[in-house]
Design a protein around this ligand. Structure first.
Ligand SMILES: Nc1nc2c(ncn2[C@@H]2O[C@H](COP(=O)(O)OP(=O)(O)OP(=O)(O)O)[C@@H](O)[C@H]2O)c(=O)[nH]1
Length: 542
């Protein structure tokens, strides 16, 4: 069966399950309606059930029923808030509840459409194609060279129309200099929409107006000359979502299993990884095991409230960045605010259409991942920071132990870097650090992890790579780096070298915690034996 047909069939099966439950649900509502006068707590119970149905009925196509439930829920709530019960109100509430059954017929024209769910895909592996509209020859050549070395394919255009008409452009970079350029006011830019490829703008001036023009045509990056190319490249990477990611992980916490199954189906059909939780007691285990990037949380569950669970999540520092979105039938703005004040970031009111659910979750997940990536990365090099690369060493070491596959860790340190700073200035030193990080990123594979361990010290984690293979890769990078010619701010040319120590988990006597220490010891040995070399742990170098 075709994938979209399968989705429609699964959604239909869920709807059928919901339809069957609906009959029982309406019987229960009728029963409560009959006991409003006699049974304490019946009114509260009726309100809660109406509230739940107001959220779920619309999602499964019973929009009219859902709206009516919401109306009755509000009437029940008003009666609960009143100082005394009114017989007349209870009678009319009971009567209206009995009429709900008739609304079961109001489905065909109000059913939720099973539209095709178009989502941005994150297909990795293909070479990305960047369209350049850059009149400045030097800037264009620099971009072509740098983006090419990062594996992008570039094409140059000389006017907005040909750029927009070009096929298979994954992103575009537009240079709006010289000052006063009206390039972005060209109609083709103004007609851009959500489907248009991401746009990065280069400008010779950093001012509010320039940034505003860029935002108005939907730019996702703004760079001022001289452009920090590694920064521009990492922005491109970020917008393609290729930074160590995989599908977005979404956790749905809702006691209504049919409803959460439906949301899960909709989100997973768009390529997201979804897990559901109906028993909040399992919350901590689930958060740890699944590590969601977005949590969709029902507002009221039998024994717990959504804000309580959100606060439990927020007690753990590791989960402070995870957006929590309440999915609720609650329309009362005051109650929504009070939930958000406790914890949580956003509200989606049920019922919600499939595409609105998808868009909201996608936007939240994307933003959360971007923030997370930005916080984990070093601003000068765009590489992982000390703590994050150390964590990657541990993760990969555990994986290597589990899968009995090789793993090599390399510690790399620029030689006599202090004297580079002293002789050529700190800014030249920075560009050496950036160049080495670019070179490492460019030469290593996507699955390798790279981090800036200290000032001029880097760590590379190479899964599936033997010590010998890692040695030859790093040695060729060492040679390439020593051939790079830098120029100081005064225009003086100079070269740099680095030393590296590598340690592999296939080495005899290996254990997890010693991996970095062994690489460090090997690095020390490389320094001691003359620098500009790569040493393996446990092998003496002459
Ligand atoms: N430009 C620049 N310099 C940095 C940065 N971080 C650290 N440094 C400098 O890097 C230098 C490191 O020097 P040392 O640790 O003495 O080592 P070295 O001069 O590289 O000598 P060996 O490692 O023994 O070859 C120090 O002078 C730091 O100030 C940075 O972000 N930018």
């Amino acid at each position: 069966m075709h994938e979209s047909e399968q989705l429609v069939a699964q959604l239909a099966a869920l709807e059928e399950r919901f339809r069957q439950r609906l009959h029982d649900e309406l019987d229960e509502l009728n029963h409560l309606a009959d006991h409003l006068h006699r049974t304490p707590g019946a009114l509260q119970d009726l309100r809660d059930r109406l509230h739940k149905l107001a959220g779920s009925a619309g999602t499964f196509g019973y929009a009219v029923l859902g709206e009516r439930c919401r109306e009755l829920e509000q009437r029940a709530q008003a009666e609960l808030d009143a100082p005394h019960r009114s017989s007349a109100v209870l009678n009319s509430l009971a009567e209206a509840t009995h009429h709900l059954n008739q609304l079961l017929e109001h489905t065909p024209d109000a059913r939720t459409e099973h539209q095709r769910l178009d989502t941005p895909t994150t297909d990795e592996g293909d070479q990305r194609h960047i369209g350049l509209l850059v009149a400045d020859d030097q800037m264009r050549e620099q971009l072509e060279r740098t983006l090419g070395s990062f594996g992008y394919q570039t094409s140059c255009f000389d006017n907005p129309t040909t750029l927009h008409q070009a096929d298979h452009i994954d992103a575009m970079i537009v240079d709006t200099s010289p000052p006063g350029s009206t390039l972005l006011q060209d109609p083709v830019f103004r007609q851009r929409d959500a489907q248009s490829p991401p746009l990065l703008v280069i400008s010779s001036q950093d001012n509010f107006t320039g940034r505003l023009h860029a935002v108005r045509v939907g730019a996702i990056g703004f760079f001022t000359k001289p452009v920090d190319l590694p920064m521009l490249e990492s922005r491109l990477e970020r917008c393609f979502n290729t930074l160590q990611g995989g599908p977005f992980r979404v956790l749905i916490i809702d006691d209504d299993t049919e409803l959460s199954a439906r949301y899960a189906l909709v989100l997973s059909s768009a390529g997201m990884m979804v897990d559901t939780l109906s028993d909040p007691q399992q919350l901590l285990d689930k958060m740890t095991a699944f590590s969601p990037e977005v949590v969709l949380m029902d507002l009221s569950m039998p024994q717990y409230s959504g804000p309580e669970l959100a606060q439990v999540i927020r007690l753990n520092d590791d989960w402070l960045r995870v957006p929590i979105v309440y999915l609720s039938a609650e329309v009362n703005a005051e109650r929504q605010m009070s939930a958000l004040l406790k914890a949580g970031d956003d509200f989606i009111t049920k019922p919600i259409s499939d595409s609105a659910l998808l868009t909201t979750v996608y936007a939240r997940a994307q933003r959360a991942r971007m923030v997370s990536e930005a916080l984990a990365r070093d601003s000068l090099t765009g590489l992982l920071k000390h703590a994050d690369i150390k964590e990657q060493v541990e993760i990969e070491a555990e994986r290597a132990l589990r899968t009995r596959s090789p793993l090599t860790v390399a510690m790399i340190d620029i030689d006599r870097f202090k004297s580079v700073n002293d002789r050529y200035g700190h800014a030249s030193g920075d560009s050496v650090i950036r160049a080495l990080s670019n070179l490492l990123r460019q030469r290593l594979r996507k699955i390798d992890r790279l981090g800036r361990y200290g000032g001029e010290e880097f760590v590379a984690v190479l899964p599936g790579c033997s010590e010998d293979d890692a040695f030859s890769i790093l040695d060729s990078i060492r040679q390439a780096f020593s051939a790079v010619q830098f120029s100081s701010t005064q225009g003086k040319p100079f070269n740099c070298t680095f030393s590296a120590g590598i340690s592999s988990c296939m080495a005899p006597g290996w254990n997890n915690s010693a991996l970095l220490e062994d690489a460090d010891r090997a690095l020390y040995q490389a320094k001691e034996s003359g620098r500009d070399r790569v040493c393996k742990a446990g092998v003496s170098s002459n």
